[in-house]
Design a protein around this ligand. Structure first.
Ligand code: NAD
Length: 500
């Protein structure tokens, strides 16, 4: 098979054939570090989507019947290919996303861990059994795949988020259509080239590209059975509504606004490190980013000064060229303007600019999409910046006299992805983790993102559906349970019959 992934425009993959569809509209992929255009994405519509769904549907019966251990063997080979291509994949992430190489390697490593988890599929698919539920009657359960599943991904983790979806989906016996973010399709294409090289039969894995038109065609297609979506909340909510209306099983993870509590007894240095990494890692473009530092009581006096110093020391630079760069650009020029607009609104509504990153000069990259780390102090519940997801390098600081008030304010937020606390008190940590309305809690951990074997467990406006990605919930999402109740009678010789 010819490799097309390095060419522009980006190819689709249908039935193990790469091709570039003719489409009326295209979108461009940029290197955020330089602002250069590096690829062009065909915005596919219903015709291309239908071809991909038909290929996936045709491949499903044979793939479903393939023994789980044989499906796992493809993933074992895939894992080896991912390791061999680890640095090249990380470079690709840095080039199209703008993360530092350390962050890009983290994206690839976390993704590989999901593949490793999926390699255990024979064990993960095992059901329950109980004999003698009544005299001579036994009962057991099996898990069977749904059929054609689709995955619609955001731009911020070009490896990890797709890996939340397709390795488990195909390990469970489903066939799959992957729609990468049109902002970062190149790494996704390479991921699938490697999967095909690992020996996946034609039609089991397919890729299409596009935006709303493409996604709507996937959501409305009668042969699609399962939809995994990760992206912003308004779109996640719509995906859930449209997908379920068309009879699909849907898991749709949305945006976030994560609160990090800092108690007066917390370890100053480690807390500042945790906050800085949580807020400014990946230039704040993480659904588990620390958005708001909630400083309680006298914590403000101890932490705000060291926090300001640490943030001011962050080196913003060309992550694709400069290994010393600690923070890269944001994904697009429009996104930078949006984030700066939110900061301006925060200042206009009374927040104090503790660190102002709105203007930043990166030598040799006048057209890069850079914004410096920014801290807004004395943010209040009434302000828009307190509630809107910024998804950029901006940390709010809110000051509270009382822990209970702080918890109530945090619990009034619409989102419910992550929440953290830094404290030396087991009692207060326990109280926090019990009462806080968020699905993923960190205790003296700045970014409590669960690894492959736990669900990525957003709540409230951060998640629409029942079963999350990753871990056992991922296996449950991509399978249906069947309960078999059996009783056997003696049969006379003449009544024995065969199916083959
Ligand atoms: P996005 O919502 O703009 O796009 C996500 C996907 O939806 C893309 O593939 C895009 O092509 C598609 N899309 C865009 N508009 C659409 C429309 N109108 N109808 C149907 N599909 C559409 O998100 P993004 O900017 O790529 O990613 C950032 C967002 O993702 C943030 O809100 C972040 O919090 C969220 N995110 C959440 C998680 C989580 O686990 N909860 C993880 C990563 C990112």
């Amino acid at each position: 098979m010819r490799s097309l992934a390095k060419l522009t425009p980006c190819p689709v993959l249908i039935d193990n054939e790469w091709s570039v569809p003719e489409t009326a509209a295209h979108s461009v992929v940029c290197n955020p570090s330089s602002g250069e255009t590096i690829a062009e994405v065909p915005m596919c519509g219903a015709v291309v989507v239908d071809a991909a769904v038909q290929a996936a549907h045709a491949a499903f019966p044979a793939w479903m019947e393939t023994p789980p251990i044989e499906r796992a063997r493809v993933l074992f080979r895939y894992k080896m290919l991912l390791e061999e291509n680890f640095e090249a994949l990380s470079e690709s992430v840095t080039r199209e996303h703008g993360k530092t190489m350390t962050e890009a390697r983290g994206d690839v490593r976390r993704g590989i861990e999901v593949v490793e988890y999926a390699c255990g599929i024979p064990e993960l698919l095992k059901g329950d059994s109980l004999e003698n539920i009544a005299p001579g009657i036994d009962c057991h359960t099996v898990r069977q795949p749904l059929g054609v599943c689709v995955g619609i991904c955001p731009y911020n983790f070009p490896v990890l988020v797709p890996m939340w979806m397709f390795p488990l989906a195909i390990a469970c016996g489903n066939t799959f259509i992957f729609k990468p973010s049109e902002k970062v399709p190149l790494t996704g294409i390479r991921l699938i080239e490697l999967l095909i090289d690992a020996g996946l039969p034609p039609g089991v894995m397919n890729i299409v590209h596009g935006g709303r038109e493409c996604v709507d065609a996937l959501l409305e297609h009668p042969l699609v059975r399962g939809v995994s979506f990760v992206g912003s909340s308004e779109i996640a909510k719509r995906i859930f509504e449209v997908g379920t209306k068309h009879g699909k099983r849907v898991q749709a993870a949305g945006g976030a606004k994560n609160f990090v509590f800092v108690m007066p007894d917390a370890h100053v240095e480690k807390t500042v490190d945790g906050l800085v990494d949580g807020a400014f890692g990946c230039a704040g473009q993480r659904c588990m980013a620390a958005s708001t530092a909630v400083v309680v009581g006298s914590a403000a006096e101890q932490f705000v000064g060291p926090l300001k110093d640490a943030v001011e020391s962050i080196q913003v630079g060309r992550t694709d060229r400069d290994p010393a760069a600690q923070m890269g650009a944001v994904i697009t020029r429009e996104h930078r303007e949006r984030v700066i607009g939110l900061v301006n609104e925060g200042v206009a509504s009374g927040a104090e600019l503790l660190v102002d990153g709105r203007e930043v000069n990166v030598p040799g990259a006048p057209d890069g999409f850079y914004m410096g780390p920014t801290v807004l102090d004395r943010v209040e519940d009434r302000m828009k910046i307190c509630h809107d997801e910024t998804f950029g390098p901006v940390l709010n600081v809110m000051r509270f006299e009382d822990f209970d008030d702080a918890v109530e304010t945090a619990n009034r937020q619409a989102y419910g992805n992550g929440a953290c606390i830094f404290t030396a008190s087991g009692k207060i940590a326990r109280e926090f983790s019990h009462r806080i309305q968020a699905g993923m809690v960190g205790i003296n951990v700045g970014v409590p993102a669960p690894l492959a074997y736990f669900p990525f467990s957003g709540w409230n406006y951060s998640f629409f559906g029942d079963l999350h990605v990753q871990g056992r919930e991922g296996v449950m999402f991509y399978t249906r349970e069947k309960v078999v109740t059996s009783r056997w009678h003696n049969v006379g010789e003449g009544e024995i019959w065969h199916t083959d």
